[in-house]
Ligand binder design. Structure first.
Ligand code: G
Ligand code: G
Ligand code: MN
Ligand code: NA
Length: 250
């Protein structure tokens, strides 16, 4: 209750900020884009994790406003990058289903000047369990405009691989749980190779999440995974630090 009241206040008063975690090409190590991650520096509680406050926002419906702020802020930030990097924005289920979501995305692109090809929306597998016709139609409209769509935490949810060929998405974000076990479990290593083969067959790009060691990096690269994200490369950065990173690689 208290947390919701304070979060509502924070959304209204500019108490949240966005950080940006580099997504790199595993072969070259070069940054290709950034995942936008919401941060809530709370005056008394310290940094409150989105793992705590996103569910509170989802349950209460505040996610509509919070998500609108996240989209607005991340798209404007990316529009200020002259390097061509893309921004990948998390979208929660309830936010996606809110009336006018697709129009809002188009409006943010138009008003900021960010080319559609530099915006990726991260959805979850759970979204795809809803009204398939409606969701596929909305995803198709987004993609027809040039926006990319990725499935976040891939492999943890509805893990039937057979539905993937019907889902209009561009990228799979391979969940960190696979990355964590790839170095110690031959079965998991095989499974990851299988997922990468399947993604290739379906022309889906793969971003491996939560890469923390050189060994994980090497095994993923050898398995043919093109992109990755994780503390090995960089933690989520402030907007200023993200810009500094782009300049240093230019
Ligand atoms: O940044 P961190 O690892 O603490 O994020 C934890 C979780 O919170 C992740 O699952 C991430 O997808 C989610 N999250 C972070 N920022 C946002 C956001 O802006 N919107 C939504 N819907 N989820 C977010
Ligand atoms: O669910 P989602 O993929 O959106 O969550 C991304 C979260 O993972 C962010 O909160 C980010 O801070 C976290 N993260 C990113 N890289 C790493 C990593 O290498 N190790 C760990 N433990 N967390 C990471
Ligand atoms: Mn994500
Ligand atoms: Na994830």
């Amino acid at each position: 209750r208290q947390l919701l009241a304070e979060l509502t206040q924070a959304v209204a008063d500019g108490g949240l900020r966005m950080d940006y975690q580099p997504i790199v090409e595993l072969g070259s190590g070069r940054t290709v884009g950034f995942e936008a991650l919401a941060r809530w520096p709370h005056p008394a509680r310290g940094m409150v994790s989105p793992v705590e406050f996103i569910p509170v926002a989802e349950e209460s419906g505040l996610i509509i406003e919070l998500g609108a702020w996240v989209l607005h802020t991340s798209v404007r930030e990316a529009a200020s990058w002259d390097s061509g990097h893309y921004v990948s924005v998390n979208v929660s289920v309830r936010q996606f289903h809110a009336p006018g979501f697709v129009e809002r995305v188009h409006r943010e692109l138009a008003s900021s000047g960010l080319p559609a090809g530099r915006l990726t929306l991260e959805i979850t597998e759970s979204l795809l369990l809803g009204d398939q016709d409606q969701i596929h139609a909305d995803l198709a409209r987004l993609r027809a405009a040039g926006i990319r769509v990725s499935i976040d935490d891939f492999g943890t949810g509805y893990s039937s691989l057979s539905y993937l060929h019907r889902v209009p998405v561009d990228t799979l974000k391979l969940d960190k749980s696979f990355v964590d076990t790839i170095t110690t479990s031959p079965q998991q290593h095989d499974l990851v190779r299988g997922i990468l083969r399947m993604a290739d067959t379906l022309s889906l790009a793969v971003v491996a999440e939560g890469i923390e060691t050189e060994e994980e990096h090497r095994l993923l690269r050898e398995a043919g995974c093109a992109y990755g994200q994780g503390f090995l490369f960089a933690r989520p950065l402030t907007g200023a630090d993200a810009r500094a990173r782009m300049r240093s690689e230019a």
